[in-house]
Design a protein around this ligand. Structure first.
Ligand SMILES: *[C@@H]1O[C@H](CO)[C@@H](O)[C@H](O)[C@H]1NC(C)=O
Ligand SMILES: *[C@@H]1O[C@H](CO)[C@@H](O)[C@H](O)[C@H]1NC(C)=O
Ligand SMILES: *[C@@H]1O[C@H](CO)[C@@H](O)[C@H](O)[C@H]1NC(C)=O
Length: 479
C-alpha cells in the first residue's frame, strides 16, 4: 500500500480520494470559493490547517492541481485489489513495477478473476450453489440441511410414536359426538390412531379452526403427513390447509414459499384413511406449529405426523463454526444496522457505515464506527432466519492513521428484534463481557458456550480505544 505523508497527516491513497492539509495565513472561510481543482471538495480545516481538499481519483497536491503518477496510478488492480510499488525488486524472472494484492475470492495478476467457489460442486443432494467472496452458500432442497446439504432432516417427531405428549397439543375447538359422549379432542390427532373415536375434529360452529403442536423447544420442520378419519361410516378429512408457525407463541407467521406473496395452501387428503405427505421447502424453524384447515369434507378431521429434526444435529461446536457470511457478503448491506455512524470530518464520503463492519474489509473507511463514544451504541446483524451461533470474530480499524478498536463488549440476541437477551456468564449469571481487540488488525475470536439460537445479534461495545470501531464475522451454522 502506498502511503503519503504531508505535514502531520498520514494518508493511504489506494482507494482514490486524496486528502491534503494546507497551511495558510489567510483568514476567512476558505471554502466560500472552491479553491480545489479537478473536482476536489473543499472542507474547512481545524487547528493549523485552514482547509482540506478532498481530491478525486488520480489527482493530488494541496489543491488537487497535480496528477498522481507512478505504476499504481491509476490503480491497475481490479476488484478492490491493493497496488504495491516494487522498488528495484524482481519477482521470479519477471521485472515488475508493481504487484496487486487481491481480496479473498479473487486471483490473477490484476485480481481480475473471481474465483468460483462453486467449481468443486460443494452442494450435495441437489443443493444450489451460490458463489460468494471466498466462500459459497448451498440452498438445500427439503429435507436436506447443512453447509453442504449433506444431512437428512427426516425424523418423525412423535405424534404417532407418542413423543409428543397430550399436553403439547391444543386446538381452537373440539367436536362432541353422540349426545356429547364422544370427544374428538386434539390429543387424538395422531397418525394411524385406531378406535371408534380416533382423530381431532373441530366443532361444527368453528369458522376459524386450527390445531397446534408446541414442541417445547425450537425445531426444524421439513414436512407434515396428514390423514382423515371416518365417523359413523362417513369419511371426514381436510382437503386443503395452511400452516402457521411461531418461535415464541406470541407472533405467528403464515407459511409461504420463497418469493410468493400469498400464503401457501397445501393439498390434503382425499379419503378417510390414506396419508398425504407435504414437504416444507424451505423448512420451518419454530417451536409452535399450527395447521389451519381451509377446505374440509364433512368436518375438519385430522390425524397427523410432523417430520423434521432437532436443531443441534451437531453434538459439539466444532462442526458448527462456519463464517455466517459477513465477510463473504452472504449477509447483505441491509442486514447490518447500527445505532449511529461516525463521519470523519463530517464528510459524507467518509461515513463509517454499519455495512462496512465486514471482517478484513479494505479501503479508506473500512469498518463501522459509532457517532458517539457511548455504551448505548450497538451494531446489529439480522440473519433473516434463526441460526445457531457459536462464536464471533472481531477486528478494529484505522481512521486515517488513528488506531481504533473495541477492547471489550457484550452480546445480545433476539428472535424478533424487539425482545433482547444479553449473553450471560455461565458461572456468575451476570452479563458476560467478552475480551475484544488490542490493535487495528488482529482477529480476536470468542466462542459462545453454550451456543445460542437467534435471528438477530447485537454487539454492545463496553470498552474501546479512541472510537468504537468494528469489523466482524459471526460463526455458526443453520442447524
Ligand atoms: C500546485 O499548487 C501548488 C501550490 O499552489 C504549487 O506550488 C504547485 O506548483 C502547483 N503544481 C502544479 C503542477 O501546477
Ligand atoms: C375408509 O378407508 C378404508 C381403507 O381405504 C375403506 O376400506 C373404507 O371403506 C373407508 N370408509 C369410508 C367411510 O370411506
Ligand atoms: C465434534 O464434531 C465433529 C463433526 O461431527 C467431529 O469430527 C469431532 O470429532 C467432534 N469433536 C469432539 C471433541 O467430539
Amino acid at each position: 500500500m502506498k502511503t503519503y505523508i504531508y505535514n502531520s497527516f498520514c494518508f493511504s491513497a489506494f482507494t482514490g480520494i486524496f486528502v491534503l492539509a494546507a497551511f495558510s495565513t489567510v483568514s476567512g472561510n476558505y471554502c466560500e470559493v472552491n479553491i480545489c481543482h479537478n473536482g476536489g471538495t473543499c472542507v474547512t480545516g481545524s487547528g493549523q490547517s485552514a482547509f482540506i481538499c478532498v481530491c478525486p481519483d488520480g489527482f493530488t497536491g494541496e489543491t488537487c492541481n497535480e496528477t498522481e503518477t507512478g505504476p499504481c496510478n491509476p490503480n491497475p488492480c481490479k476488484n478492490d485489489g491493493m497496488c504495491e510499488v516494487m522498488v528495484n525488486s524482481r519477482r521470479g524472472d519477471v521485472f515488475s513495477e508493481y504487484v496487486c494484492k487481491c481480496q479473498q475470492g479473487f486471483d490473477g495478476v490484476h485480481c481480475q478473476n473471481n474465483v468460483n467457489d462453486c467449481a468443486g460442486q460443494p452442494c450435495k443432494n441437489g443443493g444450489t450453489c451460490r458463489d460468494l467472496d471466498g466462500d459459497f452458500n448451498c440452498k438445500c432442497p427439503s429435507p436436506y440441511v447443512g453447509k453442504h446439504c449433506q444431512l437428512r432432516c427426516i425424523s418423525l417427531l412423535g405424534m404417532e410414536g407418542g413423543g409428543i405428549a397430550e399436553s403439547q397439543i391444543s386446538a381452537s375447538s373440539v367436536y362432541y359426538g353422540i349426545l356429547g359422549l364422544q370427544r374428538w379432542g386434539p390429543e387424538l390427532a395422531r397418525l394411524n390412531n385406531k378406535g371408534l373415536v380416533n382423530a381431532w375434529t373441530s366443532a361444527s360452529h368453528d369458522r376459524n379452526p386450527w390445531i397446534e403442536i408446541n414442541m417445547q423447544r425450537k425445531m426444524r420442520f421439513t414436512g407434515i403427513i396428514t390423514q382423515g378419519a371416518s365417523r359413523m361410516g362417513t369419511a371426514e378429512f381436510i382437503k386443503a390447509f395452511k400452516v402457521a408457525s411461531s418461535l415464541d407463541g406470541r407472533t405467528y407467521t403464515m407459511y409461504r414459499q420463497e418469493g410468493q406473496p400469498k400464503d401457501m395452501v397445501f393439498v390434503g387428503n382425499v379419503d378417510n384413511d390414506s396419508t398425504k405427505t407435504n414437504l416444507f421447502d424451505p423448512p420451518i424453524v419454530a417451536q409452535f406449529i399450527r395447521i389451519i384447515p381451509v377446505v374440509c369434507r364433512k368436518a375438519c378431521t385430522l390425524r397427523m405426523e410432523l417430520v423434521g429434526c432437532e436443531l443441534n444435529v451437531y453434538l459439539n461446536t466444532t462442526g458448527c463454526s462456519e463464517p455466517l457470511g459477513i465477510k463473504s457478503r452472504l449477509i447483505g448491506d441491509r442486514q447490518l444496522t447500527a445505532s449511529s455512524s461516525f463521519r470523519t470530518w463530517g464528510i459524507e464520503a467518509f461515513t463509517w457505515h454499519p455495512h462496512y463492519a465486514r471482517l478484513d474489509k479494505q479501503g479508506k473507511t473500512n469498518a463501522w464506527t459509532a457517532a458517539t463514544n457511548d455504551r448505548s451504541e450497538w451494531l446489529q446483524v439480522d440473519l433473516e432466519r434463526p441460526k445457531r451461533i457459536t462464536g464471533i470474530i472481531t477486528q478494529g480499524a484505522k481512521d486515517f492513521g488513528n488506531v481504533q478498536f473495541v477492547s471489550a463488549f457484550k452480546v445480545a440476541h433476539s428472535d424478533d428484534g424487539q425482545y433482547w437477551t444479553i449473553v450471560k456468564d455461565e458461572k456468575t449469571k451476570t452479563d458476560k463481557i467478552f475480551p475484544g481487540n488490542s490493535d487495528n488488525n488482529v482477529h480476536k475470536k470468542n466462542v459462545f458456550e453454550p451456543p445460542f439460537y437467534a435471528r438477530f445479534v447485537r454487539i454492545l461495545p463496553w470498552v474501546w480505544h479512541e472510537r468504537i470501531t468494528l469489523r466482524m464475522e459471526l460463526l455458526g451454522c443453520d442447524e
